[in-house]
Design a binder for this molecule. Sequence first.
Ligand code: GLP
Length: 262
Amino acid sequence: MRVVILEDSQAVSQRAADIICQTVHQQPDCVLGLATGGTPLATYQQLVDRASQGLVSFSQVTTFNLDEYVGLPRQHRQSYWHFMHKNLFELADFNLARCFLPDGLADDLATACDDYERQIAEAGGIELQLLGIGTDGHIAFNEPGSSLGSRTRVKALAEQTRLDNARFFGSMEEVPELAVTMGVGSILASRQVLLLATGSSKADAVEAFIEGPITAAVPASALQLHRSVTVLLDRPAASRLRRLAYYERVEQLQRQLEQCAR
Ligand code: GLP
């Protein structure tokens, strides 16, 4: 796991956009796994800016989002479908026919979940999966206790998550109880993972998933088993890491190596 501590959240979004654009440059028809939430918003703005300047094109890219609330119409302002279309897809040159989200309105949710997994496999699997993290250590909507081998399915949201996400809705009561989410196993199947965390509210979850044991109690800790994970943190999110100085030294050495290779 490569842990990169950056000065502030703006540096996190710039570096995240660099990594995503590099993937798209290397493979213009790549498959990206995308996330919602407040954290990736600035990264999406970077991608939109770079596309509008002609520095990158997403026209051949396929995307799969991690999750979607059950029961919210697509046009609901808090549906993840709406979030992705308004904050990214419609602002850059994405082919909307290649932008997929789980269907939280399907009559048969179990079949829709299996279909989603099949669609990802048929697209060749996810090259780069972008992730945020919940304050309780969840990734996508894989709440504490989720099976570390889980695949796309319906999950009940934890109270903490509903409380955290209430800021986007009018009140806690309006936050849906259920979501369709890629599983921890689906995320582990992606070839590269890029996790972003900013702000002191994420510091405990960050420390737990990077330095704690692998446990379903902290679903993000399963990423310790993945061979290619980059974690981008601002200083407040990194503030509880015990091996902070070590990560910074490794990163310095890594940068030197990259410069030597140029
Ligand atoms: C939601 C999403 C997650 C996201 C998390 C943190 O629960 N399902 O994918 O990582 O929120 O969101 P934020 O970035 O707003 O803190």
